[in-house]
Design a protein around this ligand. Structure first.
Ligand code: F3S
Length: 70
């Protein structure tokens, strides 16, 4: 199993819709106010988590999450 890419969570775009961590519970979590807790982070994505990463990027209506395949 190798790296499949990276997931970049933008700082300042999240509006708390909550869809990303619902579809990618192994990657993303919510803070105490319902915003994504990983804002400002770039997460390495394994092959096993690639589908969750793609789903999270597709789910956010604010385009806060960018999945890049390596
Ligand atoms: Fe925020 Fe988008 Fe997730 S608005 S909680 S990053 S679905």
């Amino acid at each position: 199993e190798g790296a499949a890419g990276s997931l970049a969570v933008a700082q300042g775009k999240c509006q708390g819709h909550g869809r990303c961590y619902a579809v990618a519970p192994d990657l993303l979590t919510d803070d105490e106010e319902g915003f994504v807790a990983q804002a400002g982070q770039v997460l390495p994505i394994s092959v096993a988590l690639a589908e969750q990463a793609r789903a999270a990027a597709d789910a956010c209506p604010e385009w806060a999450i960018d999945y890049r395949v390596s």
